[in-house]
Design a protein around this ligand. Structure first.
Ligand code: GGG
Length: 350
């Protein structure tokens, strides 16, 4: 009997809806070729949903998502109507934390035919692994004397032994399967509690992986290195905030946010992962057909890989690169195709 995967589709806001509309038929075509099915269930959770219901998703939203094999998400946020800290926290971060998607994996390399801003002849292939549920984005803290002269705002970073260990262990496993090199990122010269703890945990976990060569970097130093010597890096493991920032640099050096894909996964107890482009809702280009669908398509390939459909994931990546190698591109790539046309070019290359 043909295997069917149930996918929760969350187009979200802004260009999220456009890239999802373009990418989803391509994923279905890939599945058709490999004789399995992708059954999408579209959930309208977004800023529009917030304006109607006062919440970004229903109170049992995370529980509803557990029934799916995977979640495919577009983008979240429409700052003109809902403050970003509300939309992001109540949807994207709520799903990551609710499903304990503690690892956020983001590949950064140049696709075939794409030059990127560095114009380096040295190929780079960086896999950033970002801690995804705690650290600086734990949500702990508060404000007092709001609006007054004595106002205080506190944002507490929380680093647990279990949380730091699982993301590092995941990084070491990935490094072992790749070049055997891992960069552990902190700012332990300035943050003497959490980041020194991270360094200690790195040493502890490294003892189980003698075959992996570990280098410690401060976040500012590795940010510069990603631009000057990206070819010297392979697996990069960082906290939630540092990983968020470094992966925007990763996106920039691979040609822009239109290329950067991301997989949010629970490496401990499994369950549905969430796959999304790194970019946001880009309200300034909504409705113009300018959004680059490649990050969403690449995220789709990560989803297929995670579902165990490695051949389909490979076919999709090959088609993406056939399209980029042929010069197909949206305006951010120097091309003239629309969002839908670039997705169709990928589908035609399958
Ligand atoms: N594609 C999902 C999205 O809207 N991302 C925008 C964003 O601000 N993400 C922050 C994060 O990944 O933590």
């Amino acid at each position: 009997m043909m295997k069917n995967y149930r996918i929760a589709l969350l187009p979200g806001d802004g260009i999220g809806t456009e890239v999802m509309e373009a990418a989803w038929p391509v994923l279905q075509a890939v599945a058709d070729q490999q004789d399995f099915g992708l059954v999408g269930d579209c959930l309208p959770w977004s800023c529009d949903y917030y304006l109607e219901h006062g919440v970004m998703m229903p109170p049992d939203g995370v529980e509803q998502l557990r029934a799916f094999d995977a979640i495919y998400l577009g983008a979240v946020g429409l700052p003109e109507t809902v403050p970003d800290h509300v939309s992001l926290r109540e949807l994207l971060l709520a799903i990551r934390q609710g499903l304990d998607l503690s690892v956020n994996e983001r590949p950064h390399r140049l696709l075939a035919g794409v030059t990127g801003p560095l114009r380096t002849d040295k190929a780079f292939d960086i896999l950033c692994i970002r801690e995804n549920t705690e650290g600086e984005y734990s949500g702990a803290g508060g404000r007092v004397h709001q609006g007054g002269d004595l106002e205080v705002a506190v944002e507490t970073s929380i680093f647990t032994r279990a949380g730091v260990e699982r993301v590092l262990r995941y990084g070491f496993e990935r490094a072992r399967l790749r070049s055997g090199k891992l960069a552990s990122v902190t700012k332990s010269n300035a943050q003497r509690h959490s980041m020194v703890f991270w360094d200690e945990m790195t040493d502890r976990v490294a003892a189980d992986y003698p075959d992996v060569q570990v280098t410690r970097y401060h976040v500012d130093a590795i940010a510069a290195r990603m631009i000057t010597h990206p070819e010297t890096l392979d697996v990069v493991v960082a906290s939630n905030l540092f990983g968020d920032i470094l992966t925007d640099i990763g996106a920039a050096i691979q040609g822009g946010l239109g290329f950067a894909a991301s997989a949010n996964i629970n490496p401990v107890s499994g369950g549905p992962g969430m796959f999304e482009p790194v970019h946001g809702s880009a309200p300034d280009i909504v409705g113009k057909g300018l959004a680059n669908p490649l990050a969403t398509l690449w995220a789709g390939a990560l989803m297929l890989q995670h579902l165990g459909e490695a051949a389909a994931a490979k076919n999709l990546m090959t088609a993406i690169e056939k399209a980029t190698a042929s010069g197909a591109g949206t305006p951010d790539m120097g091309g003239s195709l629309s969002t839908a046309q670039l997705a169709q070019a990928v589908q035609a290359a399958l």
